[in-house]
Design a protein around this ligand. Structure first.
Ligand code: AMP
Length: 193
């Protein structure tokens, strides 16, 4: 099963996905982490991606789909894959549906917080792509490009919204509960069945 983690930069979806995966033996796939590894290793892909990341722009769809598609196609039957930071565009969402095993996309968990909370969290974590100008641009890119996916997954009937303003432990148990419920769901067709 695939659970998509959606939400604005700074909302904590990466932290939640990592902790849930760690405690439950699920797989966490973060495209931001994959890109940062490429940047750190100085690969061609990393050098190219860094320009976009430093500006707070999205890395082109073909690059991102290339990183994720093969991994998703080769999923094990009983694997639980937490997809963190992908898809971020309609084109990525469509590519994911095409690549994922039939019926495997069962959940989109969307974390919500106010802009004020997001900006203070992003500025507080001190990453090089987190200056105020870049942070504001990343939030604008999110509302224009990724936020429409929330409606897309709501229409498919697989959206779960989580209030991310609350205590981190509460969000964590709610996250795990949502995914367990998705796993036990009586609709094995998922959104791409
Ligand atoms: P994240 O850690 O998910 O916030 O990602 C950090 C940066 O990596 C983003 O600001 C984008 O520049 C890039 N990135 C990560 N995932 C994607 C994606 N699915 N599509 C495009 N760019 C991405």
């Amino acid at each position: 099963m695939i659970a998509i983690f959606l939400g604005a930069p700074g909302v904590g979806k990466g932290t939640q996905a990592a902790a849930a995966a760690e405690s439950q033996g699920w797989t966490h796939l973060s495209t931001g982490d994959l890109l940062r590894q490429e940047v750190a290793a100085g690969t061609d892909l990393g050098l190219k991606a860094k320009e976009y990341m430093d500006r707070g722009d999205l890395v082109p769809d073909n690059v991102m789909v290339g990183m994720v598609a093969a991994r998703v196609e080769s999923m094990e039957n009983n694997e639980v894959l937490l997809l963190d930071g992908f898809p971020r565009t309609k084109a990525q969402a469509e590519a994911l549906h095409a690549a994922a095993p039939e019926g495997s996309i069962r959940l989109a968990v969307c974390y919500t917080a106010s802009d004020e909370t997001l900006i203070s969290r992003l500025l507080g974590r001190g990453r090089t792509d987190d200056t105020r100008e870049v942070v504001e641009h990343r939030l604008a890119v999110y509302s224009e490009t990724t936020e429409p996916l929330v409606a897309f997954y709501r229409d498919l009937g697989i959206l779960c919204e989580v209030d991310a303003e609350r205590e981190i432990k509460i969000i964590q148990s709610e996250t795990i509960e949502i995914i367990r419920t998705g796993l036990a769901s009586t609709n094995p067709q998922g959104a791409n069945g």
